[in-house]
Design a protein around this ligand. Sequence first.
Ligand SMILES: [Zn+2]
Length: 187
Amino acid sequence: MGMFDTIYFDKPYLCPKCRAKIDSTQTKAFESTLANFHVKDCVSHAEEIRVVKEDLFCNKCSESTGQYVYIAVFRGVLVGVADSPRDARHMLNDMNLEKLLLWYHDLFKKYDLEARRNDDVLRFLKNVVDWFEEGRHKKKKGKVSVIDDIVFLFDREYLKKAKDPLDAIKRFLTANQKEKKERDIFE
Ligand SMILES: [Zn+2]
C-alpha cells in the first residue's frame, strides 16, 4: 500500500452522483507521511510554489467523481483548494508578506496550544506514577501536605477519586475529550 497525505477542504464538495459530502482528497505530491493538512498548514518545503491537480474521489460511491481539485501551494504553505487551475493561480497571486505574517501568527498560536497540551499530558503521566508509587491513593484525607497540593494541583481531581492508575487515566481522558468537544463547538 502506498503512502499519501490528506488535504482537507475549507468547504466540502458534494458528489455529483450521490450528493455525499467530500471533505478531503489524498495526494502523493508532498512527503506522503499520512499527515493531515488544512489550509494555512505547511505541506512542503519553503521554496515550493506550485499547483497540484488531484482527482475528487467519492468514498460513498467508491469511485472518482470525474472532477478535479487544484491544490495551491505558496512557499510550501497550503493556501487553498480551487475548482480550476485558473482559480488556483489567483490564490497564488493573492499571497503577500502581510498575509503570510498573519498566518504565521495563527499557526504559532496553534503550535503553542498543542505544546501546552503535550506538557499537560506528560505532567499528568508523571503525576500518576508518583501518586501511586508513593501510595498516596491509600493515604487518608487531611494528611496531605501543602507541597503535595501544589505538585498535584492540576491533576488532583483525576487522582484523588481514582482507585488505580487505569482509573486515573480514564478520568483524565474523559475530561479532555469533553473539553475538546466544547472547544470544537466554538471553533
Ligand atoms: Zn458519490
